[in-house]
Design a protein around this ligand. Sequence first.
Ligand code: ATP
Length: 501
Amino acid sequence: MRCAIAKNQNETIEKIVSLSKRRGFVFQSSEIYGGLNGCWDYGPLGVELLKNVKEEWWKAMTYREDVEGLDASILMHPRVWEASGHVENFTDPMIDCKQCKARFRLDTLTELISEKNKEKAIKEISASINDKNNQLNIDKYNWIIANEIPLDDKFTALLENQDLSIKLIELLGCPQCGNKGTFTQPRKFNLMFKTFLGPVDDSANIIYLRPETAQGIFVNFLNVANSSRQKLPFGIAQIGKAFRNEINTKNFLFRTREFEQMEMQYFCKPGTDKTNYDEWKERRINWFKSLGMTPDKLRFHDHPKDKLAHYAKEATDIEYEFPFGWGEIEGIHNRTDFDLSRHQEYSGKSMQYFDDETKEKFIPFIIETSAGASRSFMAFLVDAYYEEEVKGETRSVLRFHPRLAPIKAAILPLVNKDGMPEIARKIEADLRPYIRIFYDDKGAVGRRYRRQDEIGTPYSITVDTQTLVDQTVTIRERDTMEQVRVSIDKLLPLLLDKLKQ
Ligand code: ATP
């Protein structure tokens, strides 16, 4: 029976961060030097889980007739980022506290200010707006204040308003040091990391670490179409690192400065974009479900028309309900012909597709599915984490889908004598070429099961006294804790079959 013991949401995340470190999933980057903010290292189990997430995505997305793979370089021609709009628009408004030097993203202040202080600030700003001496247009702003909308939405609407946000932040205390009136004016901050190409550090040599993998796909559209002889509609998929100089990193792996994306751009004929968008939406949410993610914790958040990015005709986020609230794990966008048109304009090279059936030439529309590998990793980890009461003891278990589990099976000789280790080692040698396994002969077998539960190993194979008689072993299933006896020679096909499901 499931029984969640973690008392509150923060406690759950703290437990997962602590488990991640203790068992080798995730470590703080450069920990011995005090860590590097917004960067994490994947340990022995983490690298397996991350690899499995990426592998499952790669199989789902490219083991299809209509999708090709690509691995573009991280460094790209600087004009790419001008064409994409990143040089001009990839900015977040930020403010600094002059007192303690902390830096905040203006649009995330809502989460950091207490309810009481938000209410107080709204009251004060309302009074100042209605003051006859103020310079603001009362009618224009009063609706935000007066409207019967939830407190957070009201506060966010004020922050999003250029004039009012300046007034509002004057009334707020810094979430870090508590001082009031210490914020700078909001400034635009570009999230791209800059570096220099070649040995000379001058502005002519500036290039960027890519903030998304998508542009590598767009600029290779015709290369892939021509070399693979794909006809529309078809997609190009890529997994790779992306870098964003996020103002505030937070919530463990959720928002980091270096992360991995799994993106697929689906090129289609204008007019067929809506159908393709709807189909990819369904496929993508089903992918998370097919790997065991709790369906009730997944939802779409469709972007309202007035909040769409400059390039998008339609957009949705697949969100997961993390312990700290709903958060995007994948974005799906109808990007129209924006990207290819811009690259055509900036490069001077035609990006048109020639349809040899209709003899038409046009720039295809693009449906983008853009998931974070590291954010999905975190969602799968959080979703799998359970604490249960078993025979008066707390069992902590990661219920990973077997295909995602870092270790697929553990091999456990009941005791280290009577020929059991020899049989167990032989089983290990037979299985190791095919699946990731772990050999453990230390401590009581109950404790060894718990250690495997804690890292999400779906199957534990135990060699016991009966093995010596009839060449059978027990397979214990992690979630039900049930054991069945299986003949040793049936082990490999049985495990491979289970891992296929
Ligand atoms: P957010 O609003 O959370 O910053 P975004 O809308 O900027 O995300 P996209 O540009 O659509 O994100 O990127 C696609 C995916 O890449 C996201 O759904 C997320 O899974 C992942 N991603 C984006 N930024 C980060 C980050 N800083 N750290 C980890 N993953 C990220």
